[in-house]
Design a protein around this ligand. Structure first.
Ligand SMILES: Nc1ncnc2c1ncn2[C@@H]1O[C@H](COP(=O)(O)OP(=O)(O)O)[C@@H](O)[C@H]1O
Ligand SMILES: CC(C)(COP(=O)(O)O)[C@@H](O)C(=O)NCCC(=O)O
Length: 230
């Protein structure tokens, strides 16, 4: 068995894989890495997609010691049919790169939206060329920014009324439109007609604003699975 670990800024997600087992993803708050230890004890080795602090990476290495400390992946310039011209290629968030690797399997023009702590919007051509991407604050971060810089309350992106006729709905829908509007503008500018796939904790929240978009959960873990295959 091998362990795929997707360590994001808010949540850590992991799956024990191997044999004919299907993808079952567990998750915990990034402050509660200990939750990973049982899976680490069961695995022969671990591959890790980590974004965030070096201190968190060190904590992960310690926890993953029972299965070799973890192979921490780095974005590559040309691997798995994905051409990554980011400057420099290794500075592309490894979660974004693994998303490109996973999406590449579809052989079509795609916009990949990852809606987590941050929101990333990336374009990849049907031939596997990464055509650039943008980074926005995530939906929670947008609300925190508003609450920190005004006397507005802290709204969490759960429920909102349409049309927005109260403060919380106005703030909540505002963030959702900022994110989904950015997706549509980016697609129009860079890869018109591309299909949209959404991943990450807020995928369900953004989907209603992106007609035709499809949710593909756990894209970084799927990218790791793809890399193990080839
Ligand atoms: N099931 C869920 N429903 C709604 N929001 C969620 C869910 N799971 C996670 N989130 C939210 O999504 C964000 C984390 O998503 P995730 O993709 O794991 O981000 P990251 O990779 O940055 O840790 C957090 O802001 C969290 O509150
Ligand atoms: C943009 C991100 C912060 C997203 O992280 P997440 O929201 O998934 O926790 C991460 O992919 C990252 O740290 N990227 C490095 C910078 C870059 O991609 O240019």
């Amino acid at each position: 068995m091998w362990l795929a670990v997707d360590s994001g800024n808010s949540f850590i997600k992991w799956a024990l894989l191997g044999g004919n087992s299907s993808l079952v993803v567990e998750y915990a708050d990034s402050n509660n890495l200990q939750a990973l230890s049982k899976a680490a004890a069961e695995a022969d080795d671990a591959w890790v997609s980590h974004v965030g602090s070096v201190q968190q990476a060190a904590r992960l290495r310690t926890l993953l010691a029972p299965c070799g400390g973890g192979n921490f992946l780095i974005s590559q310039a040309h691997t798995a049919g994905v051409k990554n011209n980011y400057q420099p290629p290794e500075s592309l968030g490894v979660d974004r790169w693994l998303g490109l690797v996973a999406a590449r399997i579809q052989f079509r023009d795609l916009i990949i939206v990852s809606a987590g702590t941050a929101i990333t919007i990336d374009a990849v051509s049907a031939t596997g060329v990464f055509l650039g991407g943008v980074i926005l604050p995530g939906l929670n971060a947008m609300q925190r920014a508003l609450a920190d810089s005004t006397s507005l309350p802290l709204a969490m992106p759960v429920q909102a009324n349409w049309p927005p006729m109260d403060t919380i709905s106005a703030m909540t829908v505002g963030a959702q439109l900022a994110a989904s509007g950015a997706v549509l503008t980016f697609r129009r500018r860079q890869l018109a007609g591309a299909a949209i796939i959404i991943t990450g904790g807020h995928a369900d929240t953004l989907k209603p604003w992106l007609p035709g978009a499809r949710i593909v959960p756990h894209l970084p873990i799927r990218g790791m699975m793809r890399l193990r295959e080839i």
